[in-house]
Design a binder for this molecule. Structure first.
Ligand code: 9MJ
Length: 678
């Protein structure tokens, strides 16, 4: 038997609805959170507890319903009483002017027409039906006349009001808009899918569609979907403003998210200008758009203009160049990068996409080829968004030719024939040839010469390739042994540019420690890390001696970076190169170490035997304060051993390894010299 709900409980439940609805609105619609998270959670838990006690309180508009209801067996069909329209397209400024001219002719007016401008979201069009302010039904557009009932899924989206925020709303209000997935949410979702070994979605639009098509609303609830509204359908029992832009503002006050880029244009030229401006801004927007929608702003004029077939005469979508196109995968080549990473590159039948002609696209790595299931000869979809390098996003399997070939990942480097090795747990396969591999050498030299590294003017990529190919240059340090004659003998190199290059090389010798470290091209050591390393250690020698533990004392250096740095300075050929560079005259001033200088940074000390003046822990503390690591056993990495009376095997080992040994006296002297008062 259900318990009767006491009136004060009913009242409290409604109060909690209001608090939570308003908090959702501030957070998800207005991007201006008001209620602290803890308070939100507290109210939600209180409401959940009430609903557990009185299940009759669980209504479709309860804020607790966002988590997703039980799965459905199938979607039911919904007929749109007022058809959901499609839009005509325009692809050029001229077509926009034609659109405007047709409108003014039909209105028999020489006056400019005012338009509302809205980014055209690339998502799924939906209709939301509110009765007495409560969301009753959500449906997809479908074919414009019949769509699918996705109410349970739509309720999980926080920017969808379950109840409108005012009481003066029309008794029946159908609101239309787009459900979409912002770019960041899409990237995170795909990242998770990839980690789980799943396929992921091709683009945010497909991800939004797939998420809404889930029969289990609890899955939809996990997806980062948003709603943005742009028109109304059926309205009964209430009046709306006379202009489209004002209707949107009204909808916003009632609880809906509208596009913050929306603007009003006084005439068609202003529309064209808006389209150009948003086209530039497109890569920075948080969501995908495929054009701009322009609508006659006056509802009275919209009514006079009416419709042709399925599209209104009073609106058009001025499209941007497509960011995705189909083309043929002609071949796959493998490029070797600076760190030996072997990257498959798709050679494509040239195609115009995202405003440029694309003939190559990255395939990233072996896992990506597998994930896409792509073969040579396939028709593929290429995406180029903003300045991002073109990607192969999917394969059109229905178009696969009979003679499509598998892509074979090379077992040996295509440049130097050294074995290609896959690191466990890493998607990237690498050429094991190191600097034997001319591809890696070329990249290392290009990086060394680049502006943020040694900044060698006039040493472009082509010239580096030419010099390595002609056997003129074998290493980074070889740059400083170049002479005029062989340079002049190179194709397209005159005496003047050869001399300019030698002068630039000479100038580059005076550098800074951060630039030099960055120039070495140690894996994962970018400019910022190089700067942190230089500041922490002050001198190259100290950095070179540092073990991984000491390296991790540096800001932003974790175990991975520490490993790469330590490994770099363990390899004899790297040490030879560094020495050769210094010998050739590359020099810098030591860095001023950051506050709390650590002169023993990078050193490992060992304490053994009995100490008399200091306790063991005091000695350890002082050494650590100076940046040393204090270890329990002696190895070749040990910098100094402090031995007191009774020292045994550790002292013997230190002697064997010819390590510096100090007695307590010596330790005290050193500590005092470093400014420690004992
Ligand atoms: C999108 N997709 O952003 C319309 N749309 O208006 C906007 N779509 C539309 N308006 C009438 N902003 C039919 C479709």
């Amino acid at each position: 038997m259900t318990k009767t709900i006491p009136p004060e409980t009913q009242k409290r439940a409604l109060e909690l609805h209001d608090i939570l609805n308003r908090a959702n609105y501030q957070y998800y619609v207005m991007d201006a959170p008001e209620l602290p998270d803890v308070e939100y959670d507290r109210c939600l838990r209180e409401l959940q507890a009430l609903e557990r006690e009185y299940p009759q309180l669980v209504t479709g508009d309860s804020p607790t319903q966002r988590v997703g209801a039980e799965p459905l067996a199938a979607f039911t069909q919904v007929r749109h009483e007022m058809p959901m329209l499609s839009l005509d397209n325009a692809f050029s400024d001229e077509e926009m002017e034609d659109f405007d001219r047709r409108i003014r002719e039909r209105l028999n007016s020489a006056e400019p027409v005012e338009y509302a401008c809205e980014p055209k979201l690339d998502g799924i069009a939906v209709s939301l039906m509110y009765r007495n302010g409560i969301l009753e039904r959500a449906a997809t557009r479908g074919d414009g006349t019949v769509g699918e009932d996705i109410t349970m899924n739509v309720r999980t989206i926080y920017s969808v009001p379950l109840k409108l925020l005012a009481s003066d709303v029309p008794a029946v209000l159908e609101v239309r808009g787009e459900i979409y997935m912002p770019k960041a949410g899409f990237a995170a979702l795909n990242e998770k899918a990839r980690e789980a070994g799943e396929k992921g979605f091709v683009n945010p639009r497909n991800a939004a569609a797939g998420s809404l098509r889930q029969l289990d609303p609890r899955i939809t609830a996990q997806r980062p979907l948003e709603l943005c509204v742009y028109s109304v359908g059926i309205v009964e029992g209430g009046e709306l403003p006379a202009r489209h832009s004002e209707i949107l503002e009204q909808l916003n006050r009632w609880g809906f998210r509208i596009n913050s880029e929306m603007a009003i244009a006084e005439n068609i030229q202003a529309c064209i200008e808006y389209h150009r401006r948003l086209g530039e801004k497109r890569p920075q927007l948080a969501y995908d758009i495929d054009g701009i929608v322009f609508k006659v702003n006056s509802i009275a004029l919209q009514k006079r203009l009416g419709f042709v077939a399925r599209a209104p005469r009073w609106a058009t979508a001025y499209k941007f160049p497509a960011q995705e196109e189909m083309t043929e995968l002609l071949d796959v080549e493998f490029q070797v990068g600076r760190t030996g990473a072997v990257t498959p590159v798709a050679r494509l039948q040239p195609v115009f996409v995202g405003g440029v002609t694309v003939s190559n696209a990255t395939l990233h790595n072996r896992d990506e080829i597998e994930r896409l299931g792509v073969k040579i000869g396939d028709t593929v979809i290429i995406r180029r968004a903003g300045d991002v390098i073109p990607q192969v996003v999917s394969v059109v399997e229905s178009r696969r030719p009979a003679d499509a070939r598998d892509i074979e990942f090379p077992s040996h480097c295509p440049v130097c024939d050294s074995p290609v090795e896959a690191t466990p747990g890493e998607a990237v396969a690498r050429c094991s040839g190191g600097l034997i591999c001319s591809a890696q050498r070329k990249q290392a030299i290009k990086h060394f010469a680049s502006r943020k590294a040694m900044d060698i003017d006039g040493l472009g990529d082509k010239l580096v390739e030419q010099m390595v190919d002609e056997g003129l240059l074998h290493s980074v340090s070889g740059l400083y042994h170049l002479s005029l004659e062989p340079l002049v003998a190179l194709e397209r190199m005159g005496e003047k540019s050869a001399q300019n290059l030698l002068d630039a090389l000479e100038r580059s010798k005076a550098t800074t420690l951060p630039k030099f470290l960055y120039a070495l091209g140690i894996r994962e050591v970018g400019e910022a890390t190089a700067r942190n390393l230089a500041r922490h250690f002050g001198q190259l020698e100290k950095l070179m001696q540092a073990d991984t533990e000491a390296l991790q004392q540096v800001e932003d250096v974790g175990p991975v970076v520490a490993h790469y740095v330590a490994e770099f300075f363990e390899q004899p050929h790297n040490l030879e190169e560094v020495a050769a560079l210094q010998q050739a005259g590359v020099h810098w001033e030591d860095e001023v170490q950051e506050a709390g200088a650590q002169p023993l940074a990078g050193q490992t000390w060992v304490l053994t035997g009995k100490l008399e003046t200091l306790s063991r822990s005091e000695a350890k503390d002082y050494l650590q304060r100076l940046g040393a690591k204090v270890a329990g056993s002696v190895s070749a990495n040990t910098h100094t051993v402090v031995a007191g009376p009774g020292a045994g095997s550790k002292l013997n080992k230190a002697r064997e390894l010819d390590l510096p040994v100090l007695d307590e006296e010596g330790l005290m002297t050193m500590l005092r010299e470093q400014g420690i008062e004992i």
